[in-house]
Each structure stands twice: as C-alpha cells, then as structure tokens.
Ligand binder design. Structure first.
Ligand SMILES: NC(=O)c1ccc[n+]([C@@H]2O[C@H](COP(=O)([O-])OP(=O)(O)OC[C@H]3O[C@@H](n4cnc5c(N)ncnc54)[C@H](O)[C@@H]3O)[C@@H](O)[C@H]2O)c1
Length: 299
C-alpha cells in the first residue's frame, strides 16, 4: 500500500466524532502522526469531555500509529496556539492542519439571537483563522530558517450551506462561505512558503445531519463519513502540491470541484439610477442564476 503521509504530523480539529474522526484514522493509516483535537461538546457546542478524543487516539495507537489528544477550543486564539505548539513540541514538527471542528445553532434570521450568531462564527470562522494563523507563523519561521520553502498543507471545511446557501443557517452559511473565501486568500498568501490551502465541502451522515430526515440503510452507507476523508488525505500529501485555493465537495457518492464567483455581464457606469435600473434587470436576466443546494443552477 502506498502511504501518502508517511512521517508527517497532522492536526485534525474536531476529530473525536463524525468526519474528523475518519480523517484522523485515515491519516494514521497513511503513516501520519496525529493530534486529535476536540473539546467534546454537544452539537450546539455546549459542554465538553475529552473522552471521545482519547478513544480515537487509542484506536490509532491500537493500529500501531502515534496520536496525542488536545482539548483546546479552536476558536480561542491562545488555545489554537497551544494546540499548534503541542504538535511541534511533542512530534518535532507540524506539516498538515485540517480545520474540521464545527457546531450548529440553526434559526431563521428574524429569530436568531446574538449568542447563536457569535457561537457559530466563533467555532467555524475564527476556529479556522486561529489555528491557520499560528501554523502559518510556524511555517514562515521554518522557511526563513532554512531559506527554502517548507511542506505545509491546510485543509478547511466549508459547506454547501455556505457556498450555495441554505435557509435557516445565516450564521453557519456565512461562516462556511467565509471559510471558502479565507481558503482562496490564504492560498494566495502562503503559496510562496510552500503551503497549499484548500477546502472541502463534505456531505455525511453524522450527529450533525441525522436529524434532517429519515435515511435508508443504503443512504447511511453511501453517506458514511469515511467517504469524505480520502479527498482530505490526498490533498495533504506530497502529490497534491500543485492544488491550492480549491473548494472540493466530497461524500454522499461523489467528489466534485466547485467553481467560484465569476464576473458576468456588464455595462458602462451610469450616473442616473433611473436609466441604470433597466440595464441591471437586463443583465440579471442574461447571466447564470445562483445555484440551488445541489450546486446546479436554479430553474
Ligand atoms: N455532516 C455533514 O454532512 C456536513 C456537511 C457540511 C459541512 N460539515 C462540516 O464538517 C465538519 C464536521 O462535522 P460532523 O458532521 O462530523 O459533525 P460532528 O458534530 O460529528 O463533529 C464535529 C466535532 O467538532 C467538535 N467541536 C465543536 N466545537 C469545537 C471547538 N470549539 N473546538 C474543538 N472541537 C470542537 C465537536 O466536539 C465534534 O466532535 C463541521 O465543520 C461541519 O460543519 C458537515
């Protein structure tokens, strides 16, 4: 078997359950040493217990791999630094960062509380920025020290709820669309260091999605979170060094590369809004419509 990540050190955030757990196990199978981060809260982010993270670390050790547990909150700037430092101090290096941790506080916009907004932005958007910021500082220091590019990989976790837009999730969707933009910009900034930055948009049957509707046994198998991880492990490998700034859908029976915003039709600037209005309407009728949640253009 070809080992895609032999000798590499990977942090996977939110790795105690669901999709993150599968990432951690597949990284270990491919020869990586893993930092299993998870504060072990409920789907809404309340509470905390590192027992599930410890179980994942034990599973990795039972496979003959190496893993340590980190219980920091990824959205806490100092906590994220502690997590990155822990990886470097324990394993001597950091090569791969997978920002996967997440929570949900779904609510229609008119009823959403400030707390529901802040909690989701904290875990997803700040929880992607903070670990990436500290990992990037480490990689820049290594690159300066060696006077050469380093090996660095960041894989973020976006969602169709953000890139396509899902009703009832303005907080979560805004965070996930923000993560997609963050990915594109960070890829442009960190490329010269030798660091690639990509995002996945997963689909999987986990505790985060099992309440949505009834799933058949076949659907549960097709949507098993393990189907998401091969994309992540490949993106983290030496082989994927030329792929950066991409958002890739993975899971539920497929892998698909997403296309970003594009400039559509245009007219020359006009000072008179009365004259401009019909031109804008005409252009809106000509360009492609936004997509629905399946990623295809709405009828
Ligand atoms: N399941 C899907 O279909 C789906 C779809 C789109 C996006 N996603 C995203 O995939 C990621 C994983 O989701 P999942 O479905 O496996 O859910 P999950 O609830 O099974 O796993 C999320 C993990 O993140 C951990 N976590 C939450 N807040 C944290 C924090 N502040 N610091 C550290 N860990 C924290 C939780 O304890 C949990 O173990 C999330 O970012 C989610 O938004 C999932």
């Amino acid at each position: 078997m070809t080992l895609l990540c032999e000798g590499k050190v990977a942090i996977v955030t939110g790795a105690a359950r669901g999709i993150g757990r599968e990432h951690a196990l597949l990284f270990a199978k491919h020869g990586a040493k893993v930092v299993v981060n998870d504060l072990g809260g409920a789907v809404d982010g309340s509470g905390g217990d590192t027992t599930p993270a410890q179980e994942v670390a034990h599973e990795i050790e039972a496979m003959g791999g190496e893993a340590i547990v980190n219980g920091d909150d990824v959205g806490n700037f100092d906590g994220a630094k502690n997590m990155v430092d822990q990886a470097i101090n324990h394993f001597g290096q950091l090569d791969i960062l997978v920002n996967n941790a997440g929570i949900l506080r779904d609510r229609m916009l008119v009823n959403m509380t400030e707390e529901e907004w802040d909690a989701v932005i904290h875990v997803h958007l700040k929880g992607t920025f903070a670990p990436t910021r500290h990992a990037a500082a480490y990689w820049r220091a290594m690159s300066k020290q060696n006077d050469a590019p380093v090996f660095g990989r960041v894989i973020n976790t976006s969602s169709t709820s953000g890139i396509y837009g899902n009703v009832g999730q303005t907080n979560y969707g805004a965070a996930k669309a923000g993560i997609a933009s963050f990915t594109i910009i960070a890829a442009r900034e960190l490329g010269r260091l030798g660091v690639t930055v990509n995002a996945i948009s997963p689909s999987a049957y986990t505790r985060m999605t099992d309440y949505l509707r009834e799933y058949t046994e076949d659907e549960i198998e097709e949507r098993a979170p393990a189907w998401v991880s091969p994309t992540v492990v490949w993106l983290a490998s030496e082989e994927a060094g030329d792929i950066t700034g991409r958002v890739i859908q993975a899971g539920a029976g497929m892998v698909a590369v997403c296309e970003g915003w594009r400039r559509g039709d245009e007219v020359e600037a006009m000072a008179d809004p009365v004259a401009l209005g019909p031109k804008i309407r005409e252009m809106c009728g000509k360009v492609r419509k936004n997509s629905g949640m399946d990623g295809f253009e709405l009828d």
